[in-house]
Design a protein around this ligand. Sequence first.
Ligand code: PSV
Ligand code: MN
Length: 424
Amino acid sequence: MKLQGNEIDRLNQRQIVKHKQQFEYISTQIPDIENILNKISAFNITIPSWALGTGSTRFGRFSGGGEPRNLEEKISDVGLIHALNKSSNSISLHIPWDIPENASSIKDFAAQFDLHFDAVNSNTFQDQSNQKLSYKYGSLHHVDIAVRQQAIDHNIEVINYGVQLGSKALSVWLSDGSNFPGQLNFRRSFENTLDSLQKIYYQLPDDWKIWIEYKPYEPNFYSTTIADWGQSHLLASKLGPKASTLVDLGHHLQGTNIEQIVSLLLMEGKLAGFHFNDSKYGDDDLTVGSINPYQLFLIFNELVEGMDAVGLDHANSLGWMIDASHNVKDPIEDLLQSVQAIKIAYTQALLVNKQALNEAQQNNDVVMAQEILQAAFRIDVSVLIAEASLRNGGALNPIECFRKLRLRENLIKERGINTIATGL
Ligand code: PSV
Ligand code: MN
């Protein structure tokens, strides 16, 4: 389904007077507002192909209806999201959940929605029906070289799909690990993983990157072979300059200081980017910013400070990607909320008074440092994000627009009530 530009305009007009008043007021409060608006406009967040259907738990899956039945429909859902918020101009594919059978026509189809393809993700954490050897005991770390080779070949196949689509990165997450003490030799597992990744690394085109994701537990409950940022960073350092560490916000034990990890990886030039989501207990994959928006702001504060310190372009230097999906919200509304939460945190981080914070830090003025950070966090920046969206032809309020235009109802009419998208 494709939105007509004037449908969004028509709804914007109903709110424009109030919006302009609010925007004029905030313009008097924020220095260099045009520069901030340009940064907000340029900042896009990638939508994962696996988040467009209702996610599942171990216990059930409750489709909300009108879910995309194939890759084209997933792309068209991302197109809807982008038309509404003008902030989601790319999609990340998980293979083999989404195989682009005819890559060049898929690429053209996406371009009709002004979309391109971000990182491609490999999947060696599930067995596929036509697969020769099982990943029950892992993939790139496996004790059997034949299983490792099969997983290496899969990653190379994913790179090849990505090349055809214009992607520039391979994102690797391994579920490899062990459930019981004694099951694995940690050193050999790590060495096997490194060796396998090296074989994949050599196949990367010159302008490609490999992003290595870590996770402390699940599905394995005793050890994970790439369990934390140190282990990912060790692999990335040994592999070379094209390799770096991907931070999924849900992949930390409770209380981990993620903003500090981010700051140091950025300092080392080894931060690949993010899988954004939120969580309360484990890898909950909840809507970004739904549980702990302050932590998200603190992460962006480090990102903005760290990227500026080395002159990185905010919008394009790192991978900004959502990895969330769950089972009670409309997936499109959920993704709109996630993108909005990311843009809020980013904008608030742009508004931190860096010079004053630096002075407070140099003077050990702890109280003032907190005041400065929290002053930025407490600014309601939604009007700035709405203004950026408006200027780019998007909606002032994307979720309201989605509902008023009855887009889910239309999708259900088009696709039916009992559709289930591929993914977890
Ligand atoms: C694993 O939990 C993970 O975060 C990886 O990024 C996978 O690719 C994705 O989730 C699958 O849903
Ligand atoms: Mn992830």
